[in-house]
Design a binder for this molecule. Structure first.
Ligand SMILES: [Zn+2]
Length: 132
């Protein structure tokens, strides 16, 4: 999980920018402390804020740049009904079992911020200037 550039926490795979993306399911949630979220659904919002994500100043997510990742949370099918039938304390503990977590990473080419050469993904090594 090191070196991931997590730019945002989303409730669905909201992708307003064209590009190539890789989506992977995660068995556990990465550290999203301080990451801005764009989630409006109240239950999911509560969960991601308990995990340390903070509400983005804008409701509009402008997308990922190459090499950036977003964590997408969705409540698993069938789990939200069970929650509604049970108690509804806003402080109830939520577990990752209730959530489906995916990481989405933009993998198409970007530009080296130093020399402008094409580079790929995160953890890149620039073939132009050798920056990493
Ligand atoms: Zn470079």
């Amino acid at each position: 999980m090191k070196n991931m550039k997590i730019k945002a926490v989303l409730s669905t795979t909201v992708l307003p920018v064209d590009g190539a993306y890789e989506v992977r399911a995660l068995s556990e949630c990465p550290d999203v402390t301080g990451v801005e979220h764009y989630i409006g659904h109240p239950d999911t919002k509560t969960i991601v804020e308990e995990l340390g994500a903070i509400q983005a100043p804008s409701k509009l997510f402008f997308g990922l740049n190459p090499g950036e990742s977003a964590i997408c949370f969705a409540i698993r099918q069938g789990r939200s009904d069970r929650k509604e039938q049970g108690y509804t304390s806003p402080h109830q503990a939520v577990t990752m079992d209730d959530l489906s977590v995916r990481i989405i990473t933009r993998i198409d080419a970007g530009q080296c911020p130093f020399c402008g050469a094409q580079v790929y993904r995160d953890g890149w090594h620039c073939p132009g200037c050798g920056a990493t």
